[in-house]
Design a protein around this ligand. Structure first.
Ligand SMILES: Nc1ncnc2c1ncn2[C@@H]1O[C@H](COP(=O)(O)OP(=O)(O)O)[C@@H](O)[C@H]1O
Ligand SMILES: [Mg+2]
Length: 214
């Protein structure tokens, strides 16, 4: 299914360091002369980015959890077909900032829809496309939110986007949900995100090199 390419996702709570680590990892891929495509969820295509705006808008307070789950899946359905699968067929390494695991944890655990139900909703959306490697960066919720607020205050929503505005109990559920992800799927690596940026990057590259023999 993943054909010639490699599909890698970065997951974890707000502010855990996904964007920071993706930058370092793609710098490494460039140095190695490996072709890659960088993308993100929700979003990644024109249609998916429109759905992203609906999902993150703090004004959409009345959104029901099940609507949220379907919107994420709809955004993903377009993203896999229009962008991820074609790039993998060309033999590229595709890096996505969030993917299926975020739905499993945010909607399945955080919104209490249930992991099985979220997997079921996503089954047709992903069409069998599971990541080859998923890096989950974990930091205690308090530290993560502080980091994320610094970033989003610079880029748009004053008090954080719709999900960042959730209460501490929600974020604690997300944290423990991500911890259990390796029990749900293969290829998930939990990394301590509360360490030196370079050390984490070194570990990420190490896992990649071990698996693909570089
Ligand atoms: N290991 C780390 N230690 C300290 N600060 C970090 C670390 N990783 C990222 N940060 C900082 O935390 C903030 C959020 O990081 P970011 O990579 O944007 O997280 P995410 O994309 O997961 O929300 C940024 O200001 C970033 O510089
Ligand atoms: Mg980010």
């Amino acid at each position: 299914m993943n054909s010639k390419g490699i599909f890698i996702t970065f997951e974890g709570p707000e502010g855990c360091g996904k964007t920071t680590q993706i930058k370092l990892f793609t710098k490494y891929l460039k140095k190695m002369g490996l072709k890659f495509l960088l993308t993100r969820e929700p979003g990644g295509t024109k249609i998916s980015e429109k759905i992203r705006n609906i999902l993150l808008d703090p004004k959409n307070k009345e959104m029901s959890p099940i609507t949220e789950a379907y919107l994420y899946a709809a955004s993903r359905a377009q993203h896999t077909r229009e962008k991820i699968i074609p790039a993998l067929r060309e033999g590229k390494i595709v890096i996505s900032d969030r993917y299926l695991d975020s739905s499993i944890i945010y909607q399945g655990v955080g919104r209490n829809i249930g992991i099985e139900r979220v997997l079921d909703i996503n089954k047709t959306a992903i069409n069998g496309l599971f990541p080859d490697i998923s890096y989950v960066l974990l930091i205690p919720p308090k530290i993560g939110l502080k980091r994320a607020r610094n970033v989003s205050s610079k880029s748009g929503y004053k008090d954080g986007d719709r999900l960042e505005q959730e209460n501490m109990e929600f974020h604690k559920k997300i944290y423990s949900g991500f911890m259990k992800l390796p029990e749900i799927r293969k290829g998930v690596f939990i990394l301590d995100g509360n360490r030196d940026i370079k050390k984490i990057s070194h570990e990420i590259i190490g896992i990649f090199e071990k698996k693909y023999g570089f």
